[in-house]
Design a protein around this ligand. Structure first.
Ligand SMILES: Nc1ncnc2c1ncn2[C@@H]1O[C@H](COP(=O)(O)OP(=O)(O)O)[C@@H](O)[C@H]1O
Ligand code: SF4
Ligand SMILES: [Mg+2]
Length: 415
């Protein structure tokens, strides 16, 4: 019998390292080599992830935010070991999995699963839903009690679909339903860690809330631990217990959700947060300021010296250009990589602010209720920049989990 045959077994399963975090990442690095010429000689590297440290506690949701291209997806693929790290260490439940080969990773494949952004591209159109969701059982040679079909039909019900959908094909489903199928497949082997890379960004805003609420419910039901990657700060605020903010391959701030949203310490976090709608109705319409970051996100091939954010930071001083700030615990449970953090005594008040950095932002007063505002871009997007910036028009705040009137997000008759 499957050793994790029921949901309870997942939560109560004794592990050798119960006290420690479920996932521990130290100095994680991924450099993609750039090769040129006939001999394919390496001429440089894309420093997609460049030395990050964090841990994921059991049962929590760690949100990861940052502008497009800052290394979020690469980080997700490294911790699920879909990519081989160039350096550093990944520890899952006390075991070093950094360089495990396919065979060594096999048992961990059951424990660590990934949900992808694109519910269209991640399902094979020629396979039935039954075949797609039962694939993990075949691959791992797991025969659940009662048979695979019964288990898969149970999973479909659990994610808000119908057991009748077993013999249907992906094209018969809407975007939200396909993401539910992706979630059912990820949960098939009752994993312990689920890494979701932009799980709702391809979906309509109304459907996003349903899928986010489903992830929430499944977490409670199955005792899951999540790493949820998103560029949408409203989604991140709704789902996360703690949040890691990434910039150019680094974590610049790691904090609990409330502190991060109420008193961001890293200037980059502050700029991101200044674009988030205020959910408190009493504060709606209150005068607020938005920090518009100017200029291009530098290339991860040759990131700026010192603090990577210094070319866009209004607080940058000389030290920022030469000395990389380490990620330090500046308040209980709050780690920040900045020489002059916000909401803390300035560590070098005498330093002159660099002229170039002083010109890097624009402060804009925003007095209208954020939720009433039309979509607008809050960062200056340079020409050719990728469009997935976190400070793009904020999506409406996802309402508190509510019972879905219908599990299907579109007309069920369509099926
Ligand atoms: N397989 C790859 N080969 C080369 N460069 C890559 C590869 N995957 C990602 N990158 C680069 O690494 C950087 C980080 O990408 P990614 O992790 O996708 O960022 P995000 O998910 O935050 O948008 C980007 O500059 C991207 O172009
Ligand atoms: S103040 Fe300096 S160290 Fe802090 S974010 Fe700005 S440039 Fe970086
Ligand atoms: Mg990505």
């Amino acid at each position: 019998m499957d050793r994790r045959d029921c949901a309870e077994a997942v939560t109560n399963e004794p592990t050798p390292h119960q006290a420690g975090p479920l996932l521990k990442v130290e100095g994680l690095v991924k450099h993609f080599p750039i090769k040129k010429g006939l001999l394919q000689r390496q001429v440089g590297a894309v420093k997609a992830v460049d030395g990050i440290d964090f841990e994921v506690r059991r049962g929590e949701t760690l949100g990861v935010v940052g502008e497009s291209g800052c290394g979020k997806s690469t980080m997700g693929r490294l911790i699920t070991r879909l990519l081989e790290p160039s350096g550093g260490r990944v520890e899952f439940d006390g075991t070093d999995i950094t360089h495990l080969k396919t065979g060594g990773m096999r048992p961990f494949r059951r424990d660590i699963q990934m949900i992808f952004q694109d519910p269209y591209g991640s399902l094979n159109p020629r396979h039935t839903i039954g075949s797609i969701v039962s694939a993990p059982f075949r691959l791992q040679g797991v025969e659940p009690e009662g048979g695979v079909k019964k288990e898969v039909q149970g999973l479909l019900e659990r994610v808000g679909l119908s057991p009748e959908h077993y013999n249907r094909y992906p094209h018969e489903f809407s975007g939200g339903q396909r993401q539910r199928i992706g979630i059912a497949r990820a949960l098939a082997l009752k994993p312990r860690l689920v890494v979701a890379d932009e799980p709702v960004s391809a979906l309509d805003v109304s459907i996003q809330a349903q899928v986010v609420n489903l992830l929430d419910d499944l977490q409670d039901e199955l005792g899951l631990t999540y790493v949820i990657i998103a560029h949408d700060l409203s989604v991140i605020r709704h789902v996360s217990d703690r949040i890691a903010v990434m910039y150019l391959g680094k974590i610049v701030e790691l904090s609990d959700r409330t502190s991060l949203y109420e008193a961001p310490m890293h200037p980059y976090t502050k700029a991101l947060m200044s674009a988030v709608p205020v959910p408190d109705p009493r504060r709606r319409g209150a005068k607020s300021e938005r920090i518009l970051l100017k200029g291009d996100v530098p290339s991860p091939i040759a990131p700026p010296s010192g603090c990577r954010f210094h070319t866009r930071c209004w607080k940058a001083t000389q030290v920022c250009t030469v000395q990389e700030p380490p990620l330090l615990e500046l308040a209980p449970g709050r780690r920040v990589a900045c020489h002059h953090p916000e909401n803390a005594p300035d560590q070098a008040p005498g330093d002159p602010v660099l002229a170039s950095a002083g010109e890097a932002i624009e402060i804009v007063s925003a007095t209208k209720a954020p939720t009433e505002e039309p979509a607008e871009t809050t960062t200056e997007e340079p020409a050719g920049a990728r469009t997935e910036a976190p400070t793009e028009a904020p999506a409406p705040v996802i309402p508190a989990p509510a019972k879905e009137p219908s599990p299907d997000d579109e007309d069920p008759k369509k099926l």
